[in-house]
Structures are given as structure tokens and as C-alpha cells.
Design a protein around this ligand. Structure first.
Ligand code: NZQ
Ligand code: ZN
Length: 385
């Protein structure tokens, strides 16, 4: 195991009715609140009202319209408003896109560089100056952005989608009420199962095998997602299943299972390239790419872990070769059984896009635990149509 420091200072406040703690949490930080949300789901499901009720007595300014796969171009419009308002806190009310957008605003507001994209391109290295504190009311569990410092932003003008991460963009607090997620459409529930599943795989299916604690935690999360996810799809208002799914998603990427382990993240990088061009939902891309990544990279470079995954997560028996191959089939069948489309073609992404994706992925650079070769990248994408 590698040396590590685990430090996650986000106050993670979980459970039924916990949004009522919002004003108390904000009061610890300040009086002026810059409220950020998406395209309006919070106005339909009652979360907006709950939040506004908590904001009585605070000075509030709103910015809405942060889209899924949040774009630099949209977020840049909020910057003059923030600079003029000078908030004590940015409050994100939404899913991963809204939270990531708010994180970007938190660092971009007082960024003194020339080009905002530098923040993302340098993965946060370029961040200097003041970062505005961030609070979160979560409405969709998937990304764990509520419990980490990462943010994924798209610059649509150049079709680049990439991440940045800083300690300062870890939310000061995150309120996670599973009931706020009862209104999620089926499609988003599916993504809220597949995205955390992939986050665990990225930290679990690696070449190193002496992370016994982290691997067992990872297996517990995968088993919980396999067990609880379909229950939520069957009954959106199953509180217990929804709560378990939400907590599993938060733990999948809060640095816990990633402490001291080598990680991969090739599937995510390959997905970012796809949605940078075609704007498909993040986990829709992951569902398609993951099984093919396993075939091309998992079976060759991470065979031992694929076998462990097959035996411990899917309960497969037989020779190592049979178990590792069976694990890929099981993964693919699981995603498909949830209702995910399993090809790029099903998203109307034409085969002619192949070379565009390959060259963008090569440019993205250094993808995966052992930097994928162009041949591997082309092989994986080719299988995705
Ligand atoms: O626009 P709003 O009104 O918020 O509607 C959203 C959006 O249309 C809707 N929604 C959210 N909560 C709802 C709801 N609809 C009804 N009821 C609710 N309670 O769902 C749609 C999708 O929301 P979005 O925030 O885009 O989903 P998700 O949480 O999956 O976030 C995806 C983004 O996060 C990035 C992805 O790349 C993508 O851009 N990621 C961020 C990560 C991180 N910060 O750590 C890691 C991930 O790997 C990922 O890359
Ligand atoms: Zn993800």
C-alpha cells in the first residue's frame, strides 16, 4: 500500500428532512448567498421552496441554467454577477453538474489568470487567490461531487471536457436528503447507479493487489449498488434503498477507497472525450465503454483483479480465465438490465466519428494506469459502436 493522507473535511449531513439544517450551516460561514441551480427540476419537486425557506434573513442572489455536462461558456456568464455581489458562500442545489459548475465559479470568481480554461487544463494547479466557500444541497446521487473537491467542466467551443480538483473546492457542508431524489426520472436513476459503479472500478481494477482493506470496501460498495440500484428503479420511493444508494455513491468517490491505491480512470477519460463532442450523459458513456475497456485492458493488464472481481462481486466459479471473462459479461448484462444503451450507435453517434474520438483521446494524453496506447484507444472505441 502507498503512503497516504486521508483528509475529507466536508460536513456530510445525511437523511430525511436534513435540508432544515441549511440555515444553521450557512450561518457558520456568512450572510451573502449565491444560489446556483440547473434547469428547474428543483422548482418542480419542492426542493427550491425548502431551500428558500431556509434562506430567510440571508442576502441571496440566484444563478440558474447550469446544464448537464456544465459548460465554461454558461458559467462565465455568472462571473460578473458574483464579482458584483461578493458572496460569502456559493450554494449549489442540484446534481453533479450544478455542484461542479459551482466549484468552477468558486475558483473562477477571483482567478487572476488570462484564460479561465487554464483552471481546468492544469487540473487546478493554476488556481490562485481567493476561493469562495461552497455549500451543497444534493438532489441527485451519482458523481460524489458533494463529497470531493473535483469538478468536471466542458469547453464546448473546443469540445474539451476535463476535470480540476483543489482542496478549497471541497464543499464545507453537503446536505443529502434521499427524499429529494424521489423525483428523479428513470434515466437519471440508471446513471446514478452506473457512475458510482464505475468510480469504484476505476480505483479497484488495477495492477496492484495488496490493498486488502480498500478492495474489500470497494467490493462492499459494488455489491450494494448491484443490490440496491434495481430496488430504487422498481420503487422510486423506497427510502431504504434510495438512502443506501445515495450513501454508496457518495463513498465511491470521497477519497476513502482511493487512499493509498493506484488508480486507473481510463474509462472516465475516454468518456469525457465522447461527451465533449456529443454531449451524452456521463454515465451513458461509461456504460458503453467499461466492458470494452475490461476486454482490451482488464483481461491483459489487470487479469488478477478481474478474477477477484468475478469471484467476489459476481460469485463466479471456475478457472481464472472463465471467471475473468464471465465478469465482463456480468458487468455488461447488469448495465443493460438497468436500461442503459450499450452502443454509441444507439446514441446516434456515427461510426465516422471514430478517428475524431481517437485523436482527441490521444491529445487528452496519459490515459489510464499505464497510459493507453493509440492502438488500445482505437480498439476500445471501435468495439463501442
Ligand atoms: O438541471 P436540473 O434541473 O438540475 O436537472 C437535472 C439534470 O437534468 C436532473 N435532476 C437532478 N436532480 C433531480 C433531477 N431531476 C429531477 N429530480 C431531481 N431530484 O438530472 C439531470 C442530470 O443532472 P446532472 O447534475 O447532470 O447529473 P450528474 O449528477 O450525473 O452529474 C453529471 C456531471 O458530473 C460530472 C460528469 O462528467 C457530468 O458533467 N462528474 C463529476 C465528478 C466529480 N465532480 O467528482 C465525477 C464524475 O465522474 C463525473 O465526471
Ligand atoms: Zn463518473
Amino acid at each position: 500500500m502507498q503512503n497516504f493522507i486521508f483528509h475529507n473535511p466536508t460536513r456530510y449531513i445525511f437523511g430525511e428532512g436534513q435540508i432544515q439544517l441549511l440555515s444553521q450551516e450557512i450561518s457558520k460561514i456568512g450572510k451573502k448567498v449565491f444560489l446556483v441551480y440547473g434547469s428547474g427540476s428543483i422548482k418542480k419537486n419542492g426542493v427550491y421552496e425548502q431551500v428558500l425557506a431556509q434562506l430567510t434573513g440571508f442576502e441571496v442572489k440566484e444563478f440558474s441554467g447550469v446544464e448537464p455536462n456544465p459548460r465554461l461558456e454558461t458559467l462565465a456568464k455568472a462571473l460578473p454577477l458574483i464579482r458584483e455581489f461578493a458572496p460569502d458562500i456559493i450554494l449549489a442545489v442540484g446534481g453533479g453538474s450544478v455542484i461542479d459548475g459551482a466549484k468552477f465559479l468558486a475558483v473562477a470568481a477571483y482567478f487572476d489568470g488570462e484564460d479561465l480554461w487554464e483552471i481546468v487544463k492544469t487540473h487546478g494547479e493554476a488556481v490562485t487567490g481567493k476561493v469562495i466557500p461552497l455549500g451543497v444541497v444534493l438532489t441527485m446521487s451519482a458523481t460524489a461531487s458533494e463529497f470531493n473537491g473535483g469538478s468536471v467542466i466542458t469547453r464546448w467551443a473546443t469540445h474539451e471536457k476535463d476535470y480540476f480538483e483543489t482542496e478549497e473546492t471541497r464543499p464545507r457542508f453537503s446536505l443529502v436528503d434521499p427524499q429529494a431524489q424521489y423525483s428523479l426520472p428513470e434515466e437519471q436513476i440508471i446513471y446514478g447507479i452506473i457512475d458510482p459503479f464505475s468510480h469504484v472500478l476505476e480505483q479497484y481494477i488495477t495492477q496492484t493487489t495488496d490493498f486488502e482493506v480498500q478492495d474489500r470496501l470497494a467490493e462492499a460498495l459494488l455489491l450494494s449498488l448491484i443490490d440496491q440500484g434495481p430496488k430504487v428503479l422498481r420503487n422510486k420511493q423506497d427510502y431504504s434503498a434510495r438512502a443506501n444508494l445515495a450513501f454508496a455513491a457518495s463513498l465511491a468517490l470521497n477519497n476513502l477507497i482511493g487512499s493509498g491505491v493506484t488508480q486507473d480512470w481510463a474509462t472516465h477519460s475516454l468518456e469525457h472525450v465522447v461527451s465533449g463532442f456529443y454531449d451524452i450523459p456521463h454515465a451513458a458513456g461509461l456504460a458503453i465503454i467499461t466492458p470494452h475497456w475490461m476486454q482490451v485492458v482488464g483481461l491483459t493488464q489487470k487479469f488478477e483483479k478481474m478474477v477477484r472481481y468475478g469471484r467476489n462481486v459476481w460469485g463466479l466459479t471456475g478457472t481464472d480465465e472463465v471467471v475473468a471473462a464471465g465478469a465482463i459479461t456480468k458487468t455488461s448484462e447488469f448495465f443493460s438490465s438497468l436500461g442503459a444503451k450499450m452502443t454509441l450507435t444507439a446514441w446516434n453517434i456515427p461510426h465516422e466519428s471514430l478517428e475524431q474520438l481517437v485523436s482527441a483521446a490521444v491529445k487528452y494524453g496519459n490515459i489510464g494506469e499505464n497510459a493507453l496506447s493509440e492502438v488500445q484507444i482505437r480498439d476500445i472505441y471501435t468495439r463501442c459502436y
